[in-house]
Design a protein around this ligand. Structure first.
Ligand SMILES: Cc1cc2nc3c(=O)[nH]c(=O)nc-3n(C[C@H](O)[C@H](O)[C@H](O)COP(=O)(O)OP(=O)(O)OC[C@H]3O[C@@H](n4cnc5c(N)ncnc54)[C@H](O)[C@@H]3O)c2cc1C
Length: 412
């Protein structure tokens, strides 16, 4: 079976890896080098324990309240396009407790084995920097802490090997010596992983090449409708035919699908981050600043901080005030870290977002040989291996699209 994968982010590379393992001839096409976009610009958390859909009770009202703050962690840029309005209204409909819990179950089921799958990738020679340290969430607000503790309890029954404990006073200071006085406390979770995402996409691309996957890099691909009704992939002057086409172009997926007159419910969710130098007083294990919504990932050569979610279309422009909100949130959580005198430079990444917070993984109903794999929002690294495996199973007919209706492209 000849398969073309459009997009060499974590999702496209994972699809290519598992498709090749299932015997397909695979070509990956990308306009840039593998992992150049969101897949290397993220916090690098593999967190089945955070399998929560973005639309949650209270999220959009909070975004609206924050709209006037130029450095808020969540914002929606007003946009009158019918597609954007429909997307936001659908998202609003999903901000109920019942839909949130149903979505959480789908995400948790999809990601239940992912930590083991990352270990299996390493055992197969995929090389990447990864850490198994516990994660600690820091809270200023005691009520938020209690609410989150209930959510973690619920996770214990869905995620294999997951556990948590509360950290207060001395225990919290032992865990994180530079923590500011006066925080409500922390919640520490066990069983998740953190990794250097660029090392992961590089490792996956190298393993794909080793296994015989072909890469066509440096030119954007588009889809074209042929006279017999099938789709081909156009790269430069060439039209490539395949038995299956997997579109894993992240936030750009609709630009690719436009060539065959298709569109899915997808918007870009912009995030920012900084890579800070290692410091003696800096954190040594992953931390999440609950109210500021900032993820902190200590890596071998740097400490990465990442966060913010902005709905403002596809643009990779860096708004230094918005990005700076990440840095200005730190002093209220830490007494002695970080040293910002060296003025770190922000980076950005566009997350592919769906209105219900679940990815789209499956064939297009009117073009069943074209499969879509995108919409992973804040979990595209966490869910990359299971998504790649599911794409391989759908492409080879081992799993039916009907059995994965909650991830179907036409569910909205
Ligand atoms: C600040 C931030 C923090 C995050 N933290 C985490 C985290 O801790 N854990 C986690 O699991 N997830 C996290 N995420 C989310 C995660 O990064 C994304 O969900 C994931 O990277 C999406 O992967 P992707 O392969 O779908 O998209 P991308 O990485 O964007 O890849 C899409 C690829 O398609 C290519 N492409 C686009 N158009 C074309 C075309 N026409 N032709 C050819 N190629 C094309 C692009 O060049 C790109 O390489 C975070 C994201 C951000 C922004």
């Amino acid at each position: 079976m000849r398969t073309i994968v459009i997009g060499a982010g974590a999702i496209g590379l994972s699809a290519a890896y598992y498709l090749r393992k299932s015997g397909a001839d695979v070509t990956v096409v990308d306009a840039v080098q593998p992992g150049s976009k969101a897949s290397s610009h993220n916090a690098g958390w593999v967190v089945p324990s955070m399998s929560t859909p973005v639309p949650a009770p209270g999220v959009l009202p909070q975004a609206l309240r924050w709209m006037l703050r130029r450095d808020s962690p969540l914002y929606v840029q007003p946009n009158l396009s019918p597609q954007f309005i429909r997307f936001m209204l659908t998202m609003l409909r999903h901000c109920t407790t019942a839909r949130f819990e149903a979505g959480l179950k789908v995400l948790a089921d999809l990601g239940a084995e992912t930590v083991q799958m990352f270990d299996d990738l390493r055992a197969d020679g995929v090389r990447f920097e990864s850490h198994a340290d516990p994660f600690t969430m820091l809270f200023k607000d005691g009520r938020k802490l209690e609410h989150h503790a209930h959510e973690l309890d619920a996770m214990k029954s869905v995620i294999p090997g997951f556990s948590w404990r509360a950290l207060e006073g001395e225990a919290l200071v032992r865990e994180c010596p530079s923590v500011a006085a006066g925080l409500a406390g922390g919640l520490q979770t066990f069983g998740d992983r953190s990794l250097d995402p660029a090392s992961f996409t590089n490792g996956l691309a190298a393993a794909c090449t080793r296994d015989g996957v072909e890469f066509l890099l440096g030119k954007a691909a588009s889809l074209r409708q042929e006279t017999d009704g099938s789709a081909s992939v156009v790269v430069g002057e060439k039209a490539l035919r395949a038995d299956r086409i997997v579109v894993a172009a992240g936030a750009w997926t609709n630009q690719v699908l436009a060539g065959i007159g298709e569109r899915i419910a997808l918007q870009a969710g912009k995030g920012y981050g900084y890579d800070l130098p290692l410091e003696d007083d800096g954190p040594t294990r992953p931390l999440y600043l609950a109210e500021a919504k900032v993820a902190i990932t200590p890596l071998a050569t740097k400490v990465r901080i990442a966060g913010t979610m902005g709905f403002g279309g596809i643009n990779e422009r860096i708004d230094v005030v918005r990005a700076g909100g990440l840095l200005s949130s730190l002093p209220s959580y830490f007494s002695r870290w970080p040293d910002l005198t060296r003025k770190p430079q922000p980076w950005t990444g566009l997350r592919p977002m769906t209105p219900d917070g679940l990815p789209i993984i499956g064939p297009l109903p009117r073009k069943p040989r074209v499969l879509v794999a995108t919409g992973h929002a804040m979990l595209g690294i966490s869910l990359a291996p299971p998504t790649g495996q599911l794409i391989a199973e759908l492409a080879t007919g081992q799993t039916s699209a009907a059995s994965r209706a909650s991830l179907a492209a036409d569910r909205f």
